[in-house]
Design a protein around this ligand. Structure first.
Ligand SMILES: Nc1ncnc2c1ncn2[C@@H]1O[C@H](COP(=O)(O)OP(=O)(O)OP(=O)(O)O)[C@@H](O)[C@H]1O
Ligand SMILES: [Mg+2]
Length: 341
């Protein structure tokens, strides 16, 4: 039935595990037509893990939307006088060297117009532009690796924007779920990094990556209990009757991460006229049972784990629905990448 509909695989090449969600658009419906997730025990087997993903996932298309992340991607906020979209790209490109640590001709540049900031009294209105620069060699190498695996990369974005897209898709498939004029912070806490996207009335105002995540939690447990990393990882995921000790061992790291995220809220609140009202958490680290409560205390804001697949239909004869639901909060980036195209 869905043969002729357009499908795309959102391929999240996470540090700890690769995830792929295929979304097929059928008129007004968005259907998850395939899904797979494979752990990446070390960098050296990443390519094999992606190959495995496509062996087990029964995807109907080879078109993939992915993202780059980490140190080779730079986020910069640039103030610009209001201007048209076409002029903006060339104006920012001309000035880019001022803002990024790489030569402009060696990077892929993304220019995102954000919501307008409040003008100081007597000052000219100004818009904030988010400049995302990724080293061209990194983007090209990733694309080549995917082509090598027989895939067709159609876009390469960044995780922070992907989670914003997943949230917008949520609004399309479940209208009314999100309040109007609402400011929500999406925080995806993975293994090596945490991505932030603050949206006001569904318009992105702020995006950032923080190089902290689940690996730092595992390291803290390894130190505290004198364990190997693999043992510490196991204890983190299944603390059983050591829950209180694990929670205590993680308190400082969670405090550091929470406070770093709070700085982003402060930046947003200073630059834009408004306050973050709700925090939506995603990423594998939110499977930690006490994370929601811990962060709610640090942020002093309503903080919830959200479900990026809520409202999406699922082709149950091709998808392990239980597995999909179990790791749903971990799929925000993959869903958002599939929703980009
Ligand atoms: N049940 C669990 N309890 C606590 N943490 C968990 C659990 N399951 C997975 N994690 C943690 O989630 C992290 C992986 O999450 P995720 O898949 O979102 O990261 P990633 O996308 O691979 O990494 P990154 O986004 O940093 O590149 C790991 O650090 C892992 O230890
Ligand atoms: Mg991730």
């Amino acid at each position: 039935m869905l043969k002729h509909r357009r499908s795309i695989v959102g391929l999240d090449l996470g540090t700890n595990c690769v995830k792929a969600v295929e979304i097929t658009q059928d008129r007004y419906d968005y259907i998850i037509t395939a899904f797979a997730q494979v752990d990446v025990p070390s960098e050296s087997v990443r390519q094999d893990a992606i190959a495995d993903l496509f062996r087990v996932g029964r995807f109907r298309t080879k078109r993939v939307a992915t993202a780059v992340s980490g140190k080779s991607v730079i986020f910069r906020y640039v103030p610009m006088p209001p201007m048209s979209d076409e002029n903006l790209v060339s104006a920012v490109r001309m000035d880019a060297e001022k803002y990024i640590p790489f030569p402009v001709d060696e990077v892929e540049l993304g220019v995102h117009k954000l919501a307008e900031t409040k003008a100081a009294e007597g000052a000219q209105a100004e818009m904030k532009v988010l400049l995302v620069a990724a080293k061209r060699t990194v983007v090209q190498d990733q694309a080549a690796m995917l082509v090598n695996l027989g895939l067709q990369p159609v876009t390469i974005g960044v995780d922070s924007f992907a989670i914003g897209n997943a949230y917008e898709l949520n609004d399309i498939v479940s209208p009314g779920l999100q309040e109007e004029n609402h400011t929500v912070a999406l925080i995806d806490i993975g293994a090596s990094k945490s991505c932030i996207n603050i949206l006001r009335s569904n318009v992105s105002c702020f995006a950032r990556e923080i190089p902290m995540g689940g690996q730092d939690l595992t390291n803290a447990i390894a130190r505290r209990f004198g364990l190997e990393n693999s043992e510490a990882e196991k204890l983190k995921r299944e603390p059983g009757d050591q829950m209180a000790d694990v929670q205590e061992a993680l308190a400082n790291v969670l405090d550091d991460l929470g406070n770093e995220i709070n700085l982003s809220f402060d930046f947003f609140e200073n630059q834009f006229d408004g306050e973050v009202q709700d925090v939506h958490l995603s990423g594998g680290t939110v499977l930690l049972p006490f994370l929601e409560e811990t962060f709610e205390k640090i942020f002093e804001k309503k903080t919830r784990v959200w479900n990026p697949i809520e409202g999406l239909k699922v082709k149950a004869d091709n998808v392990d629905v239980d597995a999909l639901n179990r790791c749903a909060p971990q799929l925000a980036v993959a869903v958002g990448l599939a929703a980009t195209v």
